[in-house]
Design a protein around this ligand. Sequence first.
Ligand SMILES: Nc1nc2c(ncn2[C@@H]2O[C@H](COP(=O)(O)OP(=O)(O)O)[C@@H](O)[C@H]2O)c(=O)[nH]1
Ligand SMILES: [Mg+2]
Length: 382
Amino acid sequence: MDAAKFGLDPSVDDEKGSIMMINETFVASTPRGAYEQAVEKYGSDDLEIVSAKQLRYDDGQIRAEVVIAVPKELFKEKSFGKKPLKAAERSEEEVMLDEIGELKAQLAEMKAGMVGIAPQSSVVEDVKALFLKKGISSAWLDRVLGTLVGTPLIEDAALLVSYLLEEIDETLQVKEESLDTNKMIMLVGPTGVGKTTTIAKLAARYAYLLDRKYKVALINLDNYKVGAMEQLAHYADIMQIEHFAVTSPEDFHARVEALDAYDIILVDTAGMSPYDTQKFIKTVEFVQSETPRDLEVHLTLSATVKFEDMDDIYQNFSFLNLDAVIISKFDETRHFGTLLNFMLLYQLPMSYFSIGQEVPDDIRVASKEYLLERFIGEVNEK
Ligand SMILES: Nc1nc2c(ncn2[C@@H]2O[C@H](COP(=O)(O)OP(=O)(O)O)[C@@H](O)[C@H]2O)c(=O)[nH]1
Ligand SMILES: [Mg+2]
């Protein structure tokens, strides 16, 4: 499972010093595990760490990647052992025999790999192109299509499309709305995605619109944006729901404790750009602080999210121990492929959909059907 990969990083080429450095990545389930692999390989614990991060891989597992910089020569020696004898030191015949042996092995490998693989059918290519165009990633499509080699599915475009849609349906996850009391939900996400509006909708839902009226309180950590508190306070006043601002984890703790009698506490946070490290650190402190009740963290993601931004959003916000995703601005796009791709890749359960600006009406409990209907509409349009 654990493996090392490597790549040349031009930024560390040191031509003048003539020591060419190479960046090598070690992967393990924990950062420590990854670093220990590096120590074991290089027999020294004085290694230059370039970066360390945790990522969720395509298979859904979280892994730690630690990148270290090592001199290229040392890397070669440790990776491939002693340098092979130079060709000149061996007879021409020996070299030739080696090369023939190598070619034979490559050929055998190619043949073995080809067993059972039919020539690419154009049905598969057409269907793949269709889903690619709709924003589903090539990696995901290849993985699923790869399992269909040799089955009749790959000869019938309509069947193949419905198979892929079913596969998407199965992969998507939904977080059922649980109405246990003693709940606390925090919304995090980039600026302007609709966190505050969604909090207002949820507050109205829990306080007034369900079979039972829940006792709801609002807490605001959004003390960075001028007017942010006013926005939440405005909704809270209209709905006659208690609301509070807190500025430190201690303050947060005390406030949650004081709100013990409330069934549901909703926590609004600073609109953060994924690049705003200071705000992140502060929010992480809040999330990681001990609170008298469990905290569910819901990432709010706009359905209009750009493909280029998805990774950054996930890499950054996943540090907040996400429990679910709320998808907002359903009404602002007809293209759900990018969003769907995000959900397939990271497999976070979806909790709510925000489908417009109206408080409190424009919110739905997340459902796969709702999302897939829109995506299928789009697939059929071609
Ligand atoms: N069209 C549309 N607009 C929304 C939706 N949710 C929020 N908005 C609007 O997006 C803007 C930013 O919302 P806000 O809740 O302040 O975002 P925040 O910065 O994440 O708290 C406001 O103008 C909202 O009315 C939605 O589902 N659809
Ligand atoms: Mg806000």
